[in-house]
Design a protein around this ligand. Structure first.
Ligand code: COS
Length: 380
């Protein structure tokens, strides 16, 4: 049984063409100059690629999670940075808004974000707390019927350029941890102070530190319910973890293709590199890893699309393995290319750096194991 339909394959074709035509020319510029591809984002918007799961009535791709994974795989094969940018944009921000925001909020935000005219960012992590999300300190206080937000966020993808932020803030006591967190839709304004963060890989993604200085929003800017933000965060991260596996799949595939092309053209000891059994075994290891990521990722996306109870566990199993395997495949690709692989001329070098964040972002490997162990404790 194939987990992908003909429709998914059509999306793949369109995403691949888009990636080769529009992303390939700017992939290195993103990486080397930390260039944020504002124009290519607009181009992606025209095809529904930015927000694969947002309904077509809002200008999104109208697909399911498998559709999103197909898109992220194809983008990641060309640029880990562009794929991650779209993941944070289309899943963490737009899919969350689509799933949990009010009709009025969706009507305001989604058409512009889906088109790439306005940028959306998901703002959860803070300088104090990444893994321990229930400890966040950004605070929203009710004053005269409005909410006033103060605090600081960190590592926010697309944060530098966003017009809309989905902000997690504390709306009760710190001791109440995850039961006192609310999500707000915050529009870009002068109360927001942004600072760029230089990162090792997935560069050109507009990663920012953000300070909120008395940002005022109305009661109708609450997304979901007051003190009900945690459920939205966890659901969004569960989905995001499979989407990240889609990025990992693309990056690993891209690195494998690089290594294969290199081994076929490189001459060593009067032979092509690919004729040496070590190179053949390495390529076999890489493809085996790529196909393992593929199987896990599409299976988990299918579990979500079919509302299976197994989804939550499998999203964590998948993210854990996909991220590790992507680091392994990209490391092998660099090794196969030798000195060239270590140079800035090589795409394998970029993929290797791009892969590392996948073991950290949207839940570290350790958090994946924490959640999996909680499952064992409760169910087995
Ligand atoms: N999906 C759905 N629900 C989840 C969940 C998940 N993945 N993980 C935890 N929960 C639920 C628990 O079932 C529990 O629910 P109840 O209050 O109904 O019992 C609640 O959330 C609190 O869970 P727990 O007691 O395990 O909370 P902890 O604070 O110990 O742990 C973790 C929460 C570590 C799982 C959470 O903070 C987390 O995911 N951290 C990583 C954050 C992250 O990925 N940041 C990166 C953002 S990059 S965009």
């Amino acid at each position: 049984m194939s987990l992908l339909t003909q429709e998914h394959e059509l999306v793949r074709k369109a995403a691949r063409e888009f990636a080769e035509k529009h992303v390939e020319p700017i992939a290195r510029k993103m990486d080397i100059e930390n260039y944020y591809p504002r124009e290519v984002i607009r181009e992606a918007g025209k095809l529904g690629i930015l927000t694969p799961t947002v309904p077509a009535e809002y200008g999104g791709g109208g697909g399911d999670l498998r559709t999103a994974v197909v898109v992220l795989e194809e983008l990641g094969r060309i640029s880990g940075g562009f794929s991650l940018l779209v993941e944070a944009y289309g899943i963490l921000f737009a899919d969350a808004v689509n799933n949990f925001a009010s009709k009025a909020q969706k009507e305001e935000v989604l058409p512009k974000v889906a088109a790439g005219d306005k940028i959306g960012a998901f703002a959860l992590s803070e300088p104090c707390c990444g893994s321990d999300a229930a400890a966040i300190q950004t605070r929203a206080e009710k004053r005269a019927g409005e909410w006033v937000i103060n605090g600081e966020k960190m590592w926010i993808t697309n944060g530098l350029y966003a017009d809309y932020y989905l902000v997690a803030a504390r709306t009760g006591r710190s001791e109440d941890r995850h039961r006192a967190i609310t999500l707000f839709l915050l529009r870009r304004s002068r109360c927001i102070e942004l600072s760029p963060i230089e990162v090792m890989g997935v560069r050109g993604t507009g990663t920012a530190g953000i300070k909120f200085n008395d940002c005022v929003v109305g009661g109708d800017d609450v997304v979901g319910e007051v003190n009900g933000g945690w459920k939205i965060l966890m659901h969004t991260l569960d989905v995001g973890r499979v989407a990240i596996a889609g990025v990992a799949l693309g990056v690993a595939r891209g690195a494998f293709e690089e290594a294969l092309a290199w081994a076929r053209r490189r001459e060593v000891f009067n032979r092509k590199l690919v004729e040496l059994q070590n190179a053949q075994f390495e390529l076999a290891e890489m493809l085996a890893a790529v196909e393992s990521i593929r199987a896990l990722t599409y299976y988990s996306a299918y579990l979500y699309d079919t509302k299976s109870q197994e989804f939550m566990l499998m999203s964590h199993v998948t993210k854990l393995h996909a991220a590790r395997l992507a680091v392994d495949v990209t490391r092998r690709a660099v090794q196969m290319e030798g000195g060239f692989g270590y140079s800035k001329e090589s795409k394998a070098e970029m993929f290797y750096r791009d892969a590392k964040i996948l073991e950290i972002g949207e839940g570290t490997n350790e958090i994946m194991k924490y959640v999996i162990y909680r499952y064992i404790e409760k169910n087995l």
